[in-house]
Ligand binder design. Sequence first.
Ligand code: UDP
Length: 366
Amino acid sequence: MKIALLSPFIHPIVEPFVGGTEAFLARFATALTHRGIEVVCYACEGSVIPGVEIRTCGVPPSALAYPRAPHELKGDEILTIRAYEDAVLYQAIEDIRRDSSLDLLHNHSFSAIPLFVSHLLPLPVIHTLHLPPMLPNMTEALRFCKQQDILLHLVAISQSQAQLWRDHYPISRVIYNGLDMEALPPDCAHEGTLAFVGRIDPSKGVEDAIEVALQLGKRLDIYGAIQPSATTYFETQIAPLLARHHTLIYHGAVSQPTLFQALRKAQALLCPVKWDEPFGNVIIEAMAVGTPVIMYDRGSAHELITEGISGFIVPADDLHAMRSAVEQGVQFDRALCALHARERFHINACVDGYLSLLQTLSGARF
Ligand code: UDP
C-alpha cells in the first residue's frame, strides 16, 4: 500500500511547525509508516518527515504564503500567488497521475485544483478539509462539483467544521486529528503560569490571552510563529505589550518536545480564538500532558473539551469569564485530563478512521 499526501505547500513540514496542518501531516505520515504503509508527501522545500519521501515540485518555503494581510495586498499580488499555487498543484497532480505505484491520494491542500480534478484520476482520492469555508477558490470548486454531480469524498476534522461545509458539499465523514500519546507522559505538578500556543494571527486572539494574564498578574508564555500575513498586527498590537510587561514572554516558534515540556508546566492553556476553530491541535496537545484548556465557545470547543475534566468553555470574547475560569481551575485533576485526551484523540483512532474510509472506497484490506 502506497499513499500520496498532498500538503498545502505553504510552510515546510518540519519542526518548528507553523500551523496545525503541517504538525498533523508529520504525525499522520509517521503513523501510517508504522502501519507498514509507504508514504510520499508533496510539500514545499525544507520539509522532512523521517521514513517518508518528500516531493517538492521545486516550491521554496513561504512562496505561496501571503506576505502581508490580504487587505494590504494589491489584487494582482493575490492573483499571482493563486496562479502559482494552481500551477504547483497541477504539477503535483500530474506527477501523481503518472505514478502507477500509488494506491491513494489524500489531499490536505487549501487549493481548488485537487477538488476540480480528483474525479479524473485513476486512483481513489480523499480530501481532508483543514479550514473553515473561508477561501472562495475552495467553495467555488465545491459549488461546481456539486452542480456537475462530481463525486468527492470529503473529510471534516470536527462536527462543527462539517456543519459549516455541508452547505457547500456533503461531508463523507468526520475524523478527528490525533496525537501519539505514548511520547507524552503527563505531569501532575504545574508552576501556576499560563500559556498561549498558536500562530500569531488575529484569528487566534493572543491579545485576549495577554489581557487575562495581565488582569490576573500571572506570567504568560507565548509560543508560535508570526504568520507572514500578520506582521503589521504583531508589530502594532502585540509587540508594544510584550515590551511593556516583563510577565509576558514570547518564545517564538519552538519544536514540539520543547513545547510539550513547557505546556506541562502551565496551569492552563488559554485559547481565546476569534474564528471558528476547525479542530485546534494545541487543545489536544495541552490536554494530553494534563494541562486544562480554557477556550472561547467557538468552533470545535464542545467536541474537544469536556467541561470540568479537560478544561472550561466560556462565552466568546468574554474576558471576565475566561479570567474566572482560570481562578476556578486551580484544583484541576491533571491525570484525569490527560487520560481523557488519550482515550479520545489517539493518532491510532485517526489512522483507523482514514483506513476504514479507504477500505470502503477501494475494497482494499489493511
Ligand atoms: N506549534 C509548534 N510550535 C510552536 C507553536 C505551535 O510546533 O511554537 C504547533 C502546535 O504544537 C500545533 C500546531 O502548531 O500542533 C498548531 O495547530 P492548531 O491546529 O492548534 O492551529 P492552526 O495553526 O492549524 O490553526
